[in-house]
Design a protein around this ligand. Structure first.
Ligand code: PGA
Length: 255
């Protein structure tokens, strides 16, 4: 059984002080939903404040990116070694990093390896733009991202990877993907993983949907066979919305 995983991707929002205050309010409200895995991903600068605020809570912390390099002359970058012990998860391959930071599939593959080498669990994100979607090429495109991002990753390592399907045209636009379509694509991603690693591994991998997930549509996504959680931007910045998302996950598929 796949335990649902809901991760809040805060992007470039909340100072360290705001992080502490927000999590002080959120943590007790999320505490009852133990049948789900709940993750918050603040900016790097907020991670120590998040760790302090969540001490004694079962809410997990994730980073929003990591360097592919071990250490050295990479101004502005943060290594997996620096995140070790501070976070459990790290988002890798978010479309905003692919677009604004020029991250290619090869870079993303190296970042996944760097994260795993330091015991971090990647939330490996991918998704198509509107042109690819309208051309009916979504699964072919996303399948290519899956294969490239997972090059040389073993079945054993795959158990520590969460996949996030996020159509670019649905991120931050309020225009969420049709739930049946999202299920078709996440199911297709599971099929690609099966072709790479076999059915047992594919059945165990958790696949999130992301893109304008909100309290009003969460239950519908979570009712889909292949959707095991959500990667959430905007709604994860509001305490009561975050709680509603987790509650919907608990009620549909909670362990
Ligand atoms: P959104 O962002 O929920 O605000 O659409 C999702 C994401 O980018 O992870």
């Amino acid at each position: 059984m796949r335990v649902p995983i809901i991760a809040g991707n805060w992007k470039m929002n909340k100072t360290a002080a705001e992080t502490a205050a927000f999590l002080g309010e959120l943590a007790p409200k999320l505490a009852p939903f133990t049948g789900t895995e709940r993750v918050v991903c603040p900016p790097f600068i907020g991670l120590p404040a998040a760790a302090a605020a969540l001490a004694g809570s079962d809410i997990k912390i994730g980073a929003q990116n990591v360097s592919e390099h071990e250490k050295g002359a990479y101004t502005s970058q943060v290594s997996a070694a620096m995140l070790e012990g501070l976070v459990e998860y790290v988002i890798i391959g978010h479309s905003e990093c692919r677009e604004y930071l020029g991250e290619t599939d090869a870079v993303i593959n190296r970042k996944i390896k760097a994260a795993l080498a330091h015991g971090l669990k990647p939330i490996f994100a991918m998704g198509e733009n509107l042109a690819v979607n309208e051309a009916g090429q979504t699964l072919a495109f996303v399948g290519g991202q899956v294969r490239a991002g997972l090059a040389d990753i073993t079945a054993e390592q795959m158990q520590n990877i969460v996949v996030a399907y996020e159509p670019i045209w649905a991120i931050g636009t309020g225009k969420s993907a049709n739930a049946q379509f999202a299920n078709e694509i996440t199911g297709g991603i599971r099929g690609v993983i099966e072709s790479l690693y076999g059915a047992t591994t594919a059945d165990g991998v958790r696949i999130q949907y992301g893109g304008s997930v909100k309290p009003s549509n969460m239950a519908e996504y979570m009712s889909q066979e292949h959707i095991d959680g959500a990667l959430v931007g905007g709604a994860s910045l509001v305490v009561d919305d975050f709680v509603s998302l987790v509650q919907a996950a608990q009620e549909t598929k909670g362990a």
